[in-house]
Design a binder for this molecule. Structure first.
Ligand SMILES: Cc1ncc(COP(=O)(O)O)c(C=O)c1O
Length: 400
């Protein structure tokens, strides 16, 4: 166990040769509490965003009782980590064996689907069970989102009525779900999708018990500053209230990014500088997959002793990761002091969602240490912008 007062203190004391993941349980706790207090329905955590058992336990302790799982491995993980949790198998295309194990071994009762074939699979694998919650996934637009989820899944408008009627026959509770795409930059995305839900209910004339607005709730990244989450909740609440559904119908959401992004950041070391390119020790095959593959920009801070006598000019840099291929390149731009050099350390923020979860050990890199810190994330949708001094008053309580 090591104790430090700050990320900078950790770097000063340990000079870590490998990347160090900083985790902030208090940030995840705050995000979970925010959803519990303000989302006008039930919150399921989308485990794919970050399946860390430590994070799952933090969310559970903060009142998140339902988990959106997408694979049998995620089902097993959550069942093992949180035996009391309610699991919802929300991948619309599942192996029949996975449905069977989820239902018979792990008590999963909630499944999503977007075709008749999948409905038949679920009915077969559960032997016509009478206690199923079946959610039909609609295809909706990803126009307002940074990462599209519009191509792969979702029933088309012309097929929805028949599918809803068939699912109604097989379900104890019938639901409709959708995903507006990840990092939705406007609440309007949900208003448009809920209009699709209305049209589907009218076309099928079925009683709908659950409306699940999926994930897509944003976090904060450079160049992607979203409106406050409350604005999203207000739009969803209004859209839900106006649907032709019974008074007792439930509203659900499945945030991944919004609950986990602020949980983690990463300390990396600069191994080489070549002009405005920095060679760092994590990259496309590590926690920076999105930075490399979809040009995502993450906030960065140089971890160096402050020196009032030196005036700093910021410059735009790109990063190369540690592996041997050219693809391991993050264009950024990442704004850092112009005198940064090999041996310096950088903290890369907001990597709790789809960062830490995507790591590989390709090329022998990817070994890492984890430290729990109690300072604030570089940015927060939950506490607003923070002064530099507040952000950097870290207390590292654990290093393992
Ligand atoms: C079915 C489903 N629900 C929820 C999520 C979480 O989305 P986000 O992280 O954008 O909130 C995803 C992400 O791919 C998903 O596929």
């Amino acid at each position: 166990m090591h104790n430090h007062h700050s990320a900078l203190g950790l770097v000063r004391d340990l000079k870590p040769v490998e990347p160090v993941t900083l985790v902030r349980p208090h940030a995840a706790r705050r995000a979970a509490r925010f959803f519990a207090d303000h989302f006008p329905g039930k919150t399921l955590y989308a485990v794919k965003a970050n399946p860390s058992p430590d994070l799952l336990r933090v969310l559970w302790d903060s009142g998140v009782t339902h988990y959106d799982v997408a694979s049998i491995a995620e089902v097993r993980l959550v069942a093992r980590t949180l035996p009391e949790a309610t699991l919802c198998f929300m991948h619309p295309v599942k192996a029949e064996e996975a449905i069977s194990e989820a239902y018979w071994t792990h008590g999963v009762r909630t499944f999503s689907l977007d075709t008749m074939d999948e409905l038949e699979k679920i009915v077969r694998a559960t032997e016509g069970a009478a206690d199923l919650n079946l959610l039909v996934r609609l295809r909706v637009s990803s126009d307002h989102s940074k990462l599209s989820l519009a191509a792969k899944f979702g029933a088309e408008p012309e097929d929805v009525a028949e599918l809803l009627m068939a699912a109604r026959q097989a379900a104890d509770a019938l639901g409709i779900c959708f995903h507006v795409g990840s990092q939705a930059m406007s609440p309007h995305a949900y208003a448009v999708a809920l209009e699709r839900v209305r049209a589907a209910i009218v076309a099928a004339s079925v009683t709908v018990d659950i409306v699940d607005v999926g994930g897509g709730f944003p976090s904060w990244y450079p160049g992607m500053e979203p409106p406050p989450l409350k604005a999203y909740f207000d739009v969803i609440s209004r859209g839900f209230e106006s649907l032709p559904i019974s008074y007792s119908a439930e509203l659900w959401c499945e945030p991944g990014r919004a609950l986990s992004a602020e949980y983690s950041s990463l300390i990396v070391r600069v191994e080489k500088r070549r002009g405005d390119e920095l060679y760092i020790n994590d990259g496309a095959y590590g926690a920076l997959f999105d930075a490399a593959h979809v040009g995502w920009r993450f906030p960065v801070t140089l971890l160096r002793e402050p020196n009032a006598e030196v005036s700093v000019t910021m410059e735009a840099f790109s990063f190369y990761g540690p592996t041997c291929d050219d693809l391991d390149h993050m264009t950024g731009p990442f704004m850092l002091p112009d005198d940064i050099q090999a041996g310096d350390y950088i903290e890369i923020g907001m990597l709790g969602a789809y960062g830490c979860a995507m790591r590989t050990k390709f090329n022998g890199f990817g070994a890492e240490h984890v430290a729990v810190v109690s300072d604030e994330p570089m940015e927060s949708l939950y506490v607003g912008a923070l002064a530099d001094t507040e952000r950097r008053s870290a207390t590292i309580t654990k290093l393992f």
